[in-house]
Design a protein around this ligand. Structure first.
Ligand SMILES: *[C@@H]1O[C@H](CO)[C@@H](O)[C@H](O)[C@H]1NC(C)=O
Ligand SMILES: *[C@@H]1O[C@H](CO)[C@@H](O)[C@H](O)[C@H]1NC(C)=O
Length: 270
């Protein structure tokens, strides 16, 4: 009989050990969850280097908190200098200096001054934090985003016009000023190019195939749309992953080069 007494003690020990294990496990889970929360918030903050403080700073500026007339921001995306600077010079000559601002994204380190430009309007208007741009890749979008972000810092800038180094003004300043300010819309080129094979199926679902459009990047935006582009954290990362220039044609492959392209166009229903 006396030999049976240790049994309940043993059971109690097992139960107590089980409880300890459960408590320990839940502590470990809580700690793990905390760690995950910490790191995921840190990641989402670091993945948007362009949008953290400017966005907050901008939201603190009242939309109409500026003196003087609203400005058009002319945003030039240049390879180096602006070959048509003399044309732009006479264009800006007939403008009111209070009505516009100029920003230029050029090769890093390139300076617009007397030795590189024929128009004083362009002197020292280049961004100081410009990046190396590969034509046709996502770095081009990043350069445009830098231009928009810098121009957004001036609350007087109310229209944002992206221009290439080969764009020319077709109308005088006052006509363009009245035209853009007279409309509350952005002007964007967008069409469905059925022969285009640049859509990558892996872009889905963030960029659905049905929403894929082609268009020139030389656009005019109102302030709220410029903000959408600068604050975007969804579309640009997808472009960074999948927007790559096609490798150059390999002449030794002959027709094999073409097979790839025709497969891509088959993505579109006829
Ligand atoms: C600007 O162009 C418009 C339309 O072409 C014209 O009517 C107007 O007189 C011009 N303004 C100036 C200041 O040249
Ligand atoms: C400059 O802006 C003012 C106010 O918006 C406008 O009345 C004037 O016509 C503009 N000047 C030019 C040259 O467009």
């Amino acid at each position: 009989m006396t030999k049976k007494t240790p049994a309940p003690v043993l059971v109690r020990h097992v139960i107590w050990f089980g409880w300890k294990l459960v408590i320990l496990l839940s502590f470990a889970l809580c700690f793990f969850a905390l760690l995950r929360l910490h790191f995921s918030s840190e990641n989402s903050a670091s993945s948007s280097p362009n949008s953290f403080s400017p966005a907050r700073a901008r939201s603190q500026i009242s939309r109409d908190n500026f003196h003087g007339p609203p400005k058009i921001a002319f945003l030039f995306l240049a390879r180096l200098n602006l070959p048509l600077d003399f044309l732009w010079g006479s264009f800006f000559e007939n403008a009111d200096v209070a009505n516009f601002s100029i920003y230029i994204h050029s090769a890093p380190g390139f300076v617009f001054d007397e030795s590189t430009s024929r128009s004083h309007f362009l002197y020292n208007r280049q961004l100081t934090d410009s990046i190396q741009v590969v034509w046709g890749e996502s770095s081009m979008i990043e350069a445009e985003r830098l231009l928009l972000a810098t121009a957004l810092e001036d609350p007087a800038n109310q229209r944002f016009v992206l221009l290439s180094d080969s764009c020319v003004p077709l109308y005088n300043f006052s006509y363009i000023y009245r035209y853009l300010m007279g409309s509350s819309r952005s002007f964007v080129d967008s069409f469905l190019d059925v022969k285009d094979g640049r859509y990558h199926p892996k872009m889905s679902p963030l960029i659905p195939k049905g929403k894929w459009r082609k268009g020139s990047q030389w656009i005019s935006l109102v302030r709220s749309h410029a903000e959408v582009i600068v604050d975007d954290e969804i579309v640009l990362p997808v472009f960074k992953n999948f927007c790559k220039r096609r490798p150059p044609l390999d002449t030794s492959k002959g027709k094999l080069n073409i097979v790839k392209t025709s497969k891509a166009t088959q993505l579109y229903p006829r």
